[in-house]
Design a protein around this ligand. Structure first.
Ligand SMILES: [Zn+2]
Ligand SMILES: [Zn+2]
Length: 226
């Protein structure tokens, strides 16, 4: 594998994780990803039920971050399960998964365990991973081009703030996407991108071209109403 650095590395890892774990629809579910990668997620409310087991400053750290990775006494990600909406938590979990998938804890233990403020280049790399996992450039491009009305934060399960950041970083990230990666991602999400749900009868089907008409009841189907 060629050596990547910074954004290049993070964009490639995000694509590779989608391919390896067969992510195929939006919004990308970090809980399902963690489960298939064998990473334990612990809700903060149940961590509270094990006093003395988790670090004392856990609550404080979670106020700042929504999700934190612990390596002791067990390797896991503890997350805030009291948040509504889910967008902020989804991004925070994807960020922590980025640290793990890119082996930051293994390769840079001194920079991850300083106990003080985290290393900003590794944090930036984890953020790049997160936005490219949850909203990969080729998918954002395809949806924005074909269905501009649907290209919204909610489709990707992002908070408004993370969606705006995603759009701001789109061009920079696109520079790291090669044709092979774009094809891989479009293929993975092929059925999702062509999926339709009839608002009259609820039937779901794959759009195969021609008129957007429900094959079950014949009603005109609004563009991509999933
Ligand atoms: Zn981090
Ligand atoms: Zn129908």
């Amino acid at each position: 594998m060629p050596a990547f650095s910074g954004g290049d590395r993070a964009v490639h890892y995000a694509c590779a994780v989608c391919a390896d774990l067969q992510v195929s629809r939006l919004p990308v579910d970090p809980f399902a990803l963690a489960q298939s990668a064998g990473i334990t997620l612990v809700p903060f409310s149940s961590a509270m039920n094990a006093p003395g087991f988790f670090p004392e400053d856990l609550g404080h750290r979670l106020r700042m971050a929504c999700a934190v990775t612990l390596t002791y006494p067990t390797f896991c990600i503890v997350y805030r399960d009291d948040l509504s909406g889910g967008g902020r938590l989804r991004f925070a979990l994807a960020h922590e998964l980025g640290h793990l998938f890119m082996n930051h804890y293994r390769d840079y233990p001194d920079r991850m365990f300083s106990g003080m403020s985290a290393d900003s280049s590794l944090e930036e790399e984890a953020d790049t991973f997160a936005r490219n996992l949850l909203a990969p450039v080729p998918l954002v491009d395809v949806i924005r081009y074909n269905r501009p009305r649907q290209a919204r934060a909610e489709v990707f399960g992002l908070s408004r703030r993370d969606w705006i950041t995603r759009l701001d970083a789109l061009e920079g990230d696109r520079a790291h996407v090669d044709e092979n990666m774009a094809n891989t991602l479009i293929w993975l999400f092929h059925d999702y991108l062509l999926g339709r749900r009839c608002s009259s009868c609820g039937h779901t089907f794959t759009f195969t071209g021609g008129e957007d008409v429900c094959p079950n009841c014949g009603a005109a189907v609004p563009d991509w109403d999933l």
